[in-house]
Design a protein around this ligand. Sequence first.
Ligand SMILES: Cc1cc2nc3c(=O)[nH]c(=O)nc-3n(C[C@H](O)[C@H](O)[C@H](O)COP(=O)(O)O)c2cc1C
Length: 189
Amino acid sequence: MDIIEDSDGVIFSVPCFQGHLPGILKNFTDHMAFMLHRPRYFTKKALVITTTGGVSARSTTKAMAAVLSGWGFNKCYQLPIMALSWNDYRPSAKDLKKTHDIAGKFYADISSGKLHVPGAGVLVPFNLFQAMTAAETDYPTEDNSFWRKYAGMRYAPGIPLTPGKKLLGWLIYQAGRRLLRSTTVTYRK
Ligand SMILES: Cc1cc2nc3c(=O)[nH]c(=O)nc-3n(C[C@H](O)[C@H](O)[C@H](O)COP(=O)(O)O)c2cc1C
């Protein structure tokens, strides 16, 4: 986590195993799953490279990108590569061009320092958790203290939001406040 904190961009290189993320990486992302409730890497950008012998490169890359977006990553570039070869893989001209193009975009984006407007999908947890942890409950969690620092914000400070996204965030926040009346957020078993 410290290494990610010290980086502007992070490259995840992921082999596809049985159509999914490899177990050891899934184990790591499961261990970090608390960041889906308490995201933090709002200014970071990622490049996910997936290699596969034949199938599921795209879905594996997408799965990892979805995890990183849940952790707060501002932008996630995806580079799925299908080898279609055993023991003697040589990158095709098409793969080389794709790699060059996507790596170039990733590098240029990091160098520019530009931060992107987040997708609607990340506004949901940001505003819902914030609203639903606002009230003190009998079973306070880490989430309660975490979200206090974002009170009144529809997304993380410094990240641009269009007026439409601000409104959407506010509506999600209001929905969270309504839900709070009938739901208690707790990890109590
Ligand atoms: C346990 C295991 C499962 C695999 N499952 C798939 C698969 O579902 N689809 C596929 O196209 N390739 C599959 N492969 C091939 C890997 O994706 C390929 O070896 C890897 O992307 C190349 O990276 P590496 O050099 O780190 O092995 C599998 C390989 C292993 C070892």
